[in-house]
Design a protein around this ligand. Sequence first.
Ligand SMILES: [Zn+2]
Length: 91
Amino acid sequence: MPLGKEGPILHALSQCSICGERCEDRKITLALPNSTNGLNVIRNVPASVCPQCGETHFSIYTTGRLMRLLQSDTPPESVAMVPIYNIDQMR
Ligand SMILES: [Zn+2]
């Protein structure tokens, strides 16, 4: 694969900022707390994930799409009951 095709910005994005490992493009599922004590789960979010340390990056474009989706009135694809545990509950 010719190296010259990758621009400097793309190259910086594909490199982990923590450990320097090359990140993989994946589609991930995000769970974001919302203001009403619940969670928003978003599937198929394109992310750059470090296989070494798990650091996850989103492009500015993807971040913008996420914000717009959550601020819009788009109905969710499905709704699930989600049990939430706290590890400190265990005795
Ligand atoms: Zn890393």
